[in-house]
Design a binder for this molecule. Sequence first.
Ligand code: ATP
Ligand code: MG
Length: 437
Amino acid sequence: MKYFRNWAIEALSQKIQAIRGMNDILPQQTPYWHKLEAILRQLMASYGYNEIRMPIVEKTQLFKRAVGEVTDIVEKEMYTFDDRNGDSLSLRPEGTASCVRAGIEHGLLYNQEQRLWYMGPMFRHERPQKGRYRQFHQLGVETFGIATADVDAELILMTARLWKALGINGGVRLELNSLGSNEARAEYRDALVAFLTPIKDQLDEDSQKRLCSNPLRILDSKNPNTQALVADAPKLADYLDAESKEHFARLCQILDANGIEYSINQKLVRGLDYYNRTVFEWITDKLGAQGTICAGGRYDGLTEQLGGHATTASGFAMGIERIVALLEEVAPIELTDADLFVVALGDAAEINAIQLAETIRSQLPSVRVRTNFGGGNFKKQFKRADKSGAVIGLVLGEQEVEQQQVGVKFLREHKEQLMVSQSELIETLKQILNLEK
Ligand code: ATP
Ligand code: MG
């Protein structure tokens, strides 16, 4: 009994920590997320894309069929569990499968064009490290019903515009490839297997396994020895069908005309099964090994594979954490809690301070106002004002209340304090804070 009690107390007092690889996003980081999210919403609107929101849990079968049974995601990375009624469910490891599922289910795809985006958490049981987490966030953009290369180009143009808007365009580069039609890819696959089979023993272990299941993935093996071996392998470009070649040439032409630089990487094949024709990745060297910040391509076969009518499609997914990490590095935000801090001494002044703060919030909603709570002398209150990062302190004592005035103190500049009538405060603040239109 005593032993049990000790154990119970110990267990109760132990700290419970977050799950490895699933991060809290703390107040110092949320301003980066807000900035990114606001710019993304604006960007999507300016290209005429509409938001769709899907559940974060789906039937496991959806991902098996869409992403592919022999991909890393489905083989090793999914959070899969049985629902109470025995159905196998999975936390979504990516959004495209759900988006296509929703599109088919609600009749959004058949004989229609759609330009869609979504943003939210994805889950993969990977080894956590910088830029690689078990819960992470993606912006996904998907287009349906447009077969031509112009829409692939548009997806790339909008991401290029984003890097500029965020001020990170200096640190990113674009890699492109075409996987051709499914038939061309199958033919190439056979040629690649024929080339690799005699030297199978020299490949790394993962690549040996992939030789049967997903041989194209061997091309982007990180193993130096394997890389050297595949250098002489047949080239995908030599197997492209004429239509895919033309499609790819048109994509390159549009990018050239818009001043988008890229390099063609013949070994870029992407990990998922569903891609055909265009594939692309945006990569940065500033984040170490986890350098891909955005990846996508065309997936014309997926809708049919998931039971819908054949619908051409093209899209990309962007890793939000990696972009936030880039932003923190190259475009730091100065973090403050308030623009304006109201200090007050005495009961009447405190009440007056709260009323004034409320008036400012009504009249100047873009100004962040904090009011001192919890009392303390002026010195203590100004310390709090300073800590908040506010540029202006409003000061109220007994005398100010009596005369319906308020002190305006400049907290970040050497400028004399003003005394203004409370009825003129809003006008004064507009001028000081440059809020006049
Ligand atoms: P990687 O090669 O880095 O494993 P991936 O090919 O598995 O990426 P996608 O499935 O194409 O990635 O996802 C698109 C983007 O989402 C990636 O380019 C990356 O920015 C981000 N991403 C993928 N997995 C993670 C993760 N575990 N943690 C954080 N971001 C991720
Ligand atoms: Mg991965």
